[in-house]
Design a protein around this ligand. Sequence first.
Ligand code: M6R
Length: 367
Amino acid sequence: SLQEFEHYMLKEITEQTKSVEDTLAGRISEKGIVLPELDPLLLAGSLSKITRVHIIASGTSYHSGSIGKKVMDQLLNIPVETSYSSEFQYDHPPLDEQTLIIVLSQSGETADTLSALREAKRFQSPIIAITNTPGSTVSRKADSTVYTKAGPELAVATTKSYTCQITVLIMLAIWLAEKLGSRDLHPLPELMTELKRLPEYVDSTLIMTQDAIDQFAQVTYDQEHLFLIGRGLDYVLALEGALKLQEVAYIHADAYAAGELKHGTMALITPGVPVIALATQNQVMDKLISNIKEVKARDAFVVGITTIGDELLSEVVDQVLYIPNSHPFLMPILAAIPLQLLAYYSGTVRGHDVDRPRNLAKSLTVE
Ligand code: M6R
């Protein structure tokens, strides 16, 4: 019940162990990923002809879609695009019955996303919806729906639906790799093993980060500007962290691909400005560390988020926050949690109505 928590947002952040567990339940077997919801598409033969994938969503759902794209890029042999729902119909991307459309919407009622879905339907593209709301318009208009099982989400800021959307997208990526052929099936067994343990990792992340983030928010709450940087999946995560801080804490937070700072934004890095460096992707760690040294040289205050066991990052940042170490594809789920908590605690310490931020609504039914 809400009684234990002061706000829905904190309740929903804390519920993520269970929501991820419910979303995985019954979908992982010895043989692979089980998604019977997609059988009609298989039977109709529409999937065997697919030559590309296009992922469409708004806001936070667009960020989980962008994580899905980066995972699919590594697992599938076909190109994967993403679009904001609000831009999709004006971009006129190539669409046909060989383009698999994936639409993501927590509410299933976002007007921008419904328009994009209508546009895709005009070209007879097969459509998979990922939504948290049974019976929603998105689920009725799509050919098949894979539900996130986050349960009702009442705070305007999406938290548990986001981590469940990524969970579904990773399962869908594996499923598509199994059905359509993969670049390299070798990494899949390890990914499956780690997926099964995801609820455990989510739980540990909550335990490891909640108090530290609460304390950090008490120190940074009066900052007007904040930067988040990362590479690869961490860059997409930075975008989501920035959106949460804007939405709930009204902090001007901005996300950058770490290697891009030197192409202009570095001019904004002044002494004391907080920079959150997301460092969960080992294969880009060395390059990220060089980028962190660049902002440290301008006296930024850098907080790093990395995995247990890391020894490199702690030497170059002012403060480190550790989270569990899992498969790189799953790290955006775990690392999202301290960023959600940061938005929450910064918003509350600033005295905002975190469950109902100004100027925003839970479901956006106008374009
Ligand atoms: O219900 P949807 O997933 O379609 O909503 C999309 C966005 O409006 C939503 O994710 C929004 O960005 C959130 N309030 C962010 O926390």
